[in-house]
Design a protein around this ligand. Structure first.
Ligand SMILES: C[S@@+](CC[C@H](N)C(=O)[O-])C[C@H]1O[C@@H](n2cnc3c(N)ncnc32)[C@H](O)[C@@H]1O
Length: 245
């Protein structure tokens, strides 16, 4: 399994589809278990940034089984559209939204090339996406393109702790514990994810450190860009406002 999605045969979209297709049924549960509940805290912090803007129409990119989209719908009353490149994830998202009685529409699509006109949405969120695209700066611009002037963009990603002490423990967890815990809780597919994640997160931030990402947001027409690291540096929540009008 390659360290970066870009170096995989078939390119990053194909890689993401292969990695994520077997995961939807147990994704929400295992994402919580394997992050010791931190994924839920990070999600809530990202959704807080969107809720504060009182949006009517929200786009959630890399929506997966719709955990973020469901929370947005419940907390804002907005109409939510979820986009994902993996059909199996969207199927699970649709089932989860039906069960919750939530107003969420789902579209198969790529964050790199969204099937929406400029300035369509009041808010756009994206979660764990940039490590699966070839050109993160171009993707951030594309996400910003579909937000109305004054609208909000919010993002959640894994991160690498800055402190050497916590980075040591993070390294041990992601390289040793995560693959084994993935195998024990989810079998072969979750072992593959556990083995891929740590080296992929490290190599992403070596190429695109957080200050680089903040600059890319600004270059994409986003202002008041905020960054919050959580859980000793293992989670990163970002938000910003679309300029123009
Ligand atoms: C780790 S899951 C996150 C799911 C969800 N946002 C959550 O937090 O529960 C990442 C998702 O990104 C999707 N994905 C990967 N590359 C993508 C791309 N280029 N465009 C849209 N979705 C993509 C995958 O199919 C997968 O469902």
């Amino acid at each position: 399994m390659p360290t970066t999605a870009s170096s995989a045969p078939g390119g990053p979209n194909r890689f993401a589809q292969q990695l994520f297709s077997p995961l939807p049924a147990r994704y929400d549960t295992l994402a919580e278990v394997l992050s010791f509940g931190q994924n839920g805290r990070w999600r809530r912090a990202m959704v807080d940034a969107v809720v504060a803007a009182s949006p009517q129409l929200i786009l959630d990119v890399a929506t997966g089984p719709a955990g973020v989209a469901l929370q947005m719908a419940a907390r804002t009353g907005a109409r939510v559209v979820g986009v994902d490149v993996t059909e199996a994830m969207l199927r699970q998202g649709r089932a989860n939204a039906r069960r919750a009685g939530a107003r969420i529409g789902f579209t198969l699509g790529r964050g790199e090339q969204l099937p929406f006109a400029d300035a369509t949405f009041d808010a756009v969120s994206f979660t764990y996406l940039l490590r699966y695209v070839d050109d993160p700066a171009a993707t951030i611009s594309e996400l910003s393109r579909v937000v109305k002037p004054g609208g909000v963009v919010a993002n959640l990603e894994f991160a690498v702790p800055e402190s050497g002490f916590w980075r040591f423990w993070w390294w041990g967890y992601t390289r040793l514990v995560l693959p084994v815990a993935g195998w024990l809780t989810g079998g072969r597919e979750w072992f593959d994810v556990g083995r891929f994640l740590g080296p992929n997160i490290s190599s992403h931030y070596r190429r695109y450190p957080v200050p680089w990402t903040v600059e890319a947001w600004r270059d994409a027409g986003l202002v008041d860009v905020g960054v919050r690291t959580m859980s000793l540096g293992g989670g990163l929540v970002m938000w910003g406002t679309r300029t123009g009008g």
